[in-house]
Ligand binder design. Structure first.
Ligand SMILES: [Zn+2]
Length: 247
């Protein structure tokens, strides 16, 4: 799902989610700790996927990246140690263990949401990813744990098929003609000429296809198995499930 402003700059993670290390030049520093690079693989957060953490290395010096966000269209790295300045050449290293877990969770959330939507007729109203866990909010009149368990079983069956996950781009006008590309209820596509589309499964008959700015695994087998952990009633028709990822 959309991350705010994630389409303004085509960052390295947009086309290569597996880029965990890169060289870059510092193009701006504010307040000694907010660093903008000419290129970055750090995900700034959005669409339910938390920002990356990691380190920027200049020579032998390390500057931990404690937070990443998007401000005025720029991906900004907050470093825990001041000292970087404009023109510095740095190597960026993303905390790969954390990021990879979030990639697996992101792809899992799309597959689960697709099954909820297609089989249960739910509207997805929100999601939040963390390492090893996804939370999905949706509306559903009937609230039956057996129904939810069967949906998770089906999601597991899709994941174990080893479906390819691919990224492509569509002109905005073309994308807007297909309302199914915007899955999150109430979400609006960002104002850009081109939308990034993430497809899970064969292009001719995908399990899920939606405009999305997040990072995903290449193949659904990387996700592992899902386990329905908790299901909650949050209101008249508002439901929330927590799903755990094994491994
Ligand atoms: Zn997404």
């Amino acid at each position: 799902m959309f991350g705010e402003g994630c389409f303004v700059v085509r960052a390295l993670y947009m086309d290569d989610s597996y880029c965990g290390e890169f060289d870059a030049v510092v193009v701006g520093v504010a307040d000694g700790k907010y660093v903008v690079l000419d290129r970055t693989a750090f995900y700034p957060g959005g669409g339910g996927q938390p920002h990356d953490t990691g380190v920027l290395v200049r020579g032998g010096e390390e500057f931990p990246v404690v937070s990443v966000g998007k401000f005025s269209g720029e991906i900004t790295h907050e470093v825990g140690v001041p000292g970087l300045k404009e023109g510095d050449v740095v190597r960026g290293v993303v905390d790969w263990d954390r990021r990879y877990k979030l990639m697996r969770a992101h792809t899992a959330s799309h597959v689960v949401s697709a099954v909820f939507h297609d089989d249960l007729g739910c509207r997805i109203t929100g999601n939040q990813l963390s390492e090893g866990r996804i939370r999905i909010d949706f509306d559903l009149v009937e609230f039956d744990r057996g129904l939810l368990q069967r949906a998770i079983d089906k999601a597991n069956a899709f994941l174990s098929e080893g479906l390819a996950v691919s990224v492509s781009y569509l002109p905005r006008e073309e994308a807007l003609q297909d309302p199914s590309l915007v899955k999150l209820a109430g979400a609006l596509p960002p104002v850009v000429d081109e939308l990034r589309i993430v497809t899970i499964g064969p292009l001719g008959g995908p399990v899920d296809r939606q405009a999305d700015g997040g990072t995903h695994v290449r193949n659904t087998v990387e996700v592992g198995r899902l386990e329905l952990f908790k299901a909650e009633n949050k209101g008249k028709h508002n439901r929330r499930v927590y799903v755990l990822l094994s491994g």
